[in-house]
Design a protein around this ligand. Structure first.
Ligand code: PLP
Length: 407
């Protein structure tokens, strides 16, 4: 089924905006997506109509807000096909979700000398938390490399695994290269050795249908704001057996069962991991965003975005001096590139003046830039509301910029 882009664009008022007198062309969706009216309405309605702290109140409003928050948990469960709602932990985003696992799994399951495997294409949020763990446990990071096209060398995984390997943490889709990694294959290899797998789904969840049971991942993290939801809310999925096994990340209200000065016992899942007042307005707005995506159909969105990716790759490749960073056959959602020797920042600045929002720099994936020996790239990333006409505007903008630099 094809999706009705014009109708979808009507749901995103910001897309009507002009920037420097030019219609906004928003290609910075991998950083954050725009929000449909229904999501903003849920936030406004939440604060105007249904605001009270959750879980602890016997009064009407508190119960209404609690029900909305717990219903949102079920929506997330269904969206990523988790077995249980209590396997869904609300976090501030992907970053906090990975920090939670790095800390709680790290201190409980890792000893000095143990190893964690990550990949060369990770976002800093799946590198630095493991390095922070190194100040508590003397663990070693092992790295799965990628080749010159940005394809992960999964055939090297076996040789990196040994009896000290405790966890494999990989991104589903690279935010710097666009590469989609073969998660099922990685999980199969890992589970043959009884090693759990954490997947950073920040860049996959908005573009690919996620079934955590089918993927058989042990942990899966994503951010609400990258899938048309609000900022400040995200999700950690964990298999029940792992969430039971690892200790709380933060201490405080909500996460306790009983507190005395001598000893504290912890609440059941998922509350054990949700210390303090959660973003219950954010969770309900995230549920609205996921329902919005489900109504359009994630498969339909994927097909549309795949067409955009294909069209953009073809058009951009005709530009003199175009160099793609990331040419894997299996890509999703974005294109990273350089043109001649124009600095990405200069190209991004000129495109901005033409109303085109792209991201420039290292995209919080400095090891990727180091592998290509470059400072950064220009990144155009797509969402369901983008059009081929907007890609034509981007291509014309780049051609104009290259002429300016050649002069
Ligand atoms: N992982 C990847 C692959 C990302 O692209 C991002 C954000 O760009 C993150 C993690 C971090 O997400 P957040 O800043 O929402 O926590």
């Amino acid at each position: 089924m094809t999706i009705n882009i014009e109708k979808i664009r009507e749901d995103f008022p910001i897309l009507k905006k002009e920037v420097y007198g030019k219609p906004l062309v928003y290609f910075d969706n991998a950083a954050t997506t725009q929000k449909p009216t229904c999501v903003v309405d849920t936030i406004v309605k939440g604060y105007y109509d249904c605001n009270a702290n959750i879980h602890r109140g016997v009064h009407f409003l508190s119960q209404q807000a609690t029900e909305a928050h717990e219903a949102a948990r079920k929506t997330v469960q269904q969206f990523i096909h988790a077995q249980h709602a209590h396997e869904i932990v609300f976090t501030r985003g992907t970053t906090e979700a990975i920090n939670l696992v790095a800390h709680s799994f790290g201190i409980s399951q890792c000893s000095d000398g143990d190893e964690i495997i990550i990949t060369q294409m990770e976002h800093h949020s799946n590198i630095v938390p493991w390095q922070l763990l190194q100040s508590i446990r003397n663990i070693r990071l092992r790295i799965i490399p990628f080749d010159e096209k940005g394809v992960l060398q999964v055939n090297q995984l076996e040789s990196l695994i040994n009896e000290k390997t405790k966890l494999i943490a990989v991104s589903h889709v690279s935010n710097a290269l666009g590469t989609t990694n073969p998660i099922k294959e990685i999980v199969r290899i890992a589970h043959n050795h009884d090693i759990p797998v954490l997947v950073d789904g920040a860049q996959s969840t908005p573009h690919i249908s996620i079934d955590v049971q089918d993927l058989d991942v042990d942990f899966f993290a994503f951010s609400g704001h990258k899938i048309y939801g609000p900022t400040g809310i995200g999700v950690l999925y964990g298999k029940e057996k792992w969430l039971e096994k690892i200790p709380p990340y933060q201490g405080g209200g909500e996460m306790i069962h009983k507190v005395t000065f001598e000893k504290t016992t912890f609440n059941e899942l998922p509350f054990k991991f949700e210390a303090g007042t959660p973003d219950y307005i954010g969770s309900t707005a995230l549920a609205t965003a996921l329902d919005y995506v489900s109504n359009i159909g994630i498969e339909n969105i994927a097909q549309h975005e795949h067409e955009l990716l294909h069209y953009a790759t073809e058009k951009l490749s005709q530009i003199d001096g175009m160099r793609f960073i990331g040419e894997a056959a299996s890509k999703s959602g974005l294109i990273s590139f350089l043109v001649g020797n124009i600095h990405p920042y200069d190209l991004g600045t000129i495109l901005d003046k033409l109303g085109i929002a792209v991201r420039t720099g290292h995209h919080c994936a400095e090891p990727v830039m180091q592998a290509f020996n470059i400072e950064g790239t220009v990144r155009a990333s797509f969402a369901m509301y983008n059009t081929k006409e907007e890609i034509d505007i981007l291509v014309a903008g780049i051609e104009r910029a290259t002429k300016m630099f050649r002069r």
